[in-house]
Every structure is written in C-alpha cells, then in structure tokens.
Design a binder for this molecule. Sequence first.
Ligand SMILES: *[C@@H]1O[C@H](CO)[C@@H](O)[C@H](O)[C@H]1NC(C)=O
Ligand SMILES: *[C@@H]1O[C@H](CO)[C@@H](O)[C@H](O)[C@H]1NC(C)=O
Ligand SMILES: *[C@@H]1O[C@H](CO)[C@@H](O)[C@H](O)[C@H]1NC(C)=O
Ligand SMILES: *[C@@H]1O[C@H](CO)[C@@H](O)[C@H](O)[C@H]1NC(C)=O
Length: 412
Amino acid sequence: PSLVSVGCPGTPTGGLLVSKMYDTAKDIVLNLVYLVEEYGFVLNGARSYYTNRSQPPLLSSMVLELYTATGDLGLVRRAFPSLLKEHSFWVSELHNVEIMDNHGRLHNLSRYQAMWNKPRPESATIDEELASKLNSTAAKEKLYHQIASAAESGWDFSSRWMSNSTDMTTLVTTFVIPVDLNTFICKMERDIAVFAELIGEKATAELFSQASKARHTAIESLLWNSEMEQWLDYWLPTDGNCQGPYKWESKSQNHNIFASNFVPLWLNAHNSGLGPFLDEAKSVRVMRSLQTSGLVCPAGIATSVSNTGQQWDFPNGWAPLQHLIAEGLLNSGSTEAKEFAEDIATRWVRTNYAAYKSSGAMHEKYDVEACGKSGGGGEYKPQTGFGWSNGVLLAFLEELGWSHDKEIGCPS
Ligand SMILES: *[C@@H]1O[C@H](CO)[C@@H](O)[C@H](O)[C@H]1NC(C)=O
Ligand SMILES: *[C@@H]1O[C@H](CO)[C@@H](O)[C@H](O)[C@H]1NC(C)=O
Ligand SMILES: *[C@@H]1O[C@H](CO)[C@@H](O)[C@H](O)[C@H]1NC(C)=O
Ligand SMILES: *[C@@H]1O[C@H](CO)[C@@H](O)[C@H](O)[C@H]1NC(C)=O
C-alpha cells in the first residue's frame, strides 16, 4: 500500500503529465532523487521507519517520461548520479543472484530483499500475531524478513510469494526471482544508457546498454516459458544461501498464472531508441497466452487466478498492472494487440467510472469480475483516493482518445 505515498508506479508521474502539471511532477521526482541521495534507494514510503526497504525501481521511468514531455535536460543531469546509485543498490549482493542456464552460461538477475527482520512498524500487531504461530525467535525473524520483502515488491500480499497459498507463514519472497522486478531493472538500465548518451557520457552509455541487453538475455533464458508463452518467476531452493550460482531447472519456474507474467510486454512501450526487445510476432503470441490465461475478466485483468483472500490475487485488479500490460500491447506494432489493449483499457475506464458514480470515490483496487465493483481482501480496509488509479485513468483516457459521445458506463 505504501507505494502510493511517494509516487505512482506503472505510470509513475503519468496522471500529472496528462494534466500538464509538469512542475508538480518534477517536484515529486526531485523528492525521490533526494531519498536516493540520502538513503541509496527510493524508500517504500517517505517515512523514517521505511529506511530499510525500497519501492520497485521506477524512478528512471519517471525521469524519462518527464524529460520526454518537457525536454528538461537539467533534470536529467540532476537525477543522473542518483539513478546510478539506485542501480548499484539493485545489483548489489543483497539483491543479485547468479544462475547458470542449460548451456552453462551464467546470468545475473535480482530479487527483492528488505533489510529488516522485525515486525513492520506500520502493521506490528498483525505481524506479531502471525509470527505467534512459529516457535523460535529465528523462525519469527525469518518471517518478518519475508513480510517486509513482500512489502518492498508492492505485492503485499499475494500467493505469488507463498509456498502454501493459504498459509502466510510460508512467505518466501527473497527466494523468488520476480519477472516484473527484472523487467523494471532492465528498463532502468536502458534509461540510464539513454540519459548517459544525452549528457555526453559515452562510456557509461555503452556500459548500461550492455547491462540492459545482458539482463534481457537473462530474462529470456531463465524466466521465459515457451510452452506457456509467458515469463515465469523463478524459485530458488529455500534451503540455499541465495547467492548462487544456481543451476537452472525448469521445475523451479513458478507455473502459476499472475499478471506479472506479462509485464515484460511493457518493454515495447518507451522504446528509448535502443531497439525493440520483443518482436511483433512474439508480442502477439504472448497476447494470445494472456487471452486464454483466465486473467482477462469483464472489468479488467485480474492479479492472479486464485482467490486466496490476499489483496494481490483474484479477483482484484490493480491500475498499474492494467497500464503496464496495455501500454506494452499498444506499442507492439500489431493492430490486433492494439485493439486488445484498447479493449482492456475500455473495461478499466468503465469500471472506474461506474464505481465512482455509485460510491463517489476512486479506489485502490477493483474487483474485475463485474463492472463497477471495488476490490477487497488483504490486511487493511480498502483505501479510496487514489494516486495510481487516478493516474492510470487519466493516461487511459488520453491514450484512448475517449470521445464525448462514447458511452462511459458499464456495458448493458
Ligand atoms: C535500517 O536502515 C537504517 C538507516 O538507513 C540503518 O542505519 C540500519 O542499519 C538498517 N537496519 C538494518 C537491519 O539493516
Ligand atoms: C554476476 O554478478 C557477479 C557479482 O557482481 C559478477 O562477479 C559476475 O561477473 C556477474 N556475471 C555475469 C555473467 O554478468
Ligand atoms: C513447535 O513446538 C512444538 C512443541 O515442541 C512442536 O510439536 C511443533 O512441531 C513446533 N512447530 C513448529 C512450526 O516448529
Ligand atoms: C497449507 O496450509 C494449510 C493451513 O492454512 C494447511 O491446512 C495445509 O495442510 C497446508 N498445505 C500443505 C500442502 O502443506
């Protein structure tokens, strides 16, 4: 939940840019740049008790979007050292894991890992109650570490991080190599290469262009599943030290369906001049896989296909996931994928509007089973507001070019 307190991942500054609030967007970016200068990463929220966990790394995307909208090269120069610093955090020993593929080639990918093994300050009672099921102090500390790491991922909480989807004490977040995190870092590396080029740092540009390509190769070699035509999270053995090198095994890909399995499509959008990462034909195959995955529902894309009562699972749909996937499909080069993206965006706009009409508020999440229903589940009361829902709605309205005579309510 705390993702929203400082920004709006997915379309980080998207809603503000659509609203042409460039100064506000820049001030938000500068706040985040300050956090990196001070702490080495973008805190999970701008509060003193969040200094031990990050957000998913989307700051470079925010800088790029703002630069694209305003041409503000001063901002790029100002943010550049912080982006390098944030990058080094995400490839540091804390997050980096080395895995050897079937051909004996080594790859590096990253995972979430908070620097915390106590109850989360914002939810201490809940965490202590959960940990009371465990006997030893060591087991409790391990659980607290996994809980804080799931919070770092933004997906707090989800069966995605649990070895038993009905038992929260089985959270193993730090043993999962996430598809979306590595997509974000790959994008960050590409963005840094673009910025370095812009400010005349040729050697850094080359270095980060190579890093981005290497990570993309790693994503394709270790996370891609050619039978399912999706990218899958990779699970490390939970009894290991989690550094590697590990030998890749197909059974360690998590075959369960999550919206994050489709997030690499997003690399199609914001193609910062370094060439496409996916070709059109592959994007279309991934789209077909999404269409038959069970995730596509009347009011948008569900987070997973299992209803566990966790908020990052079925039947909840979250704005940033709709947007990451729709933007990827929209920019794939395929007309069919573009139409499908518009279909997803239309469903999302309609459910946002209908829920707003009936409740008077925007919501943090929506129940995608029916148009006009807000979401539920999870450990806290559903929030209204809401930064990323507002941002994605505005971005979709702009991207769709919604005309005034087009019906905006739920389809009858
Ligand atoms: C948590 O963060 C603070 C501030 O950055 C740091 O001083 C402290 O060592 C961290 N705690 C752990 C357990 O890493
Ligand atoms: C992976 O990361 C480690 C530690 O930073 C580094 O020594 C190694 O060269 C990297 N391997 C590859 C294939 O990039
Ligand atoms: C906790 O301790 C009890 C009694 O010693 C034991 O039976 C049980 O298996 C332990 N539970 C766990 C999760 O270790
Ligand atoms: C999963 O956890 C539930 C308790 O929530 C338990 O009843 C069930 O046996 C567990 N499943 C496995 C496969 O361990």
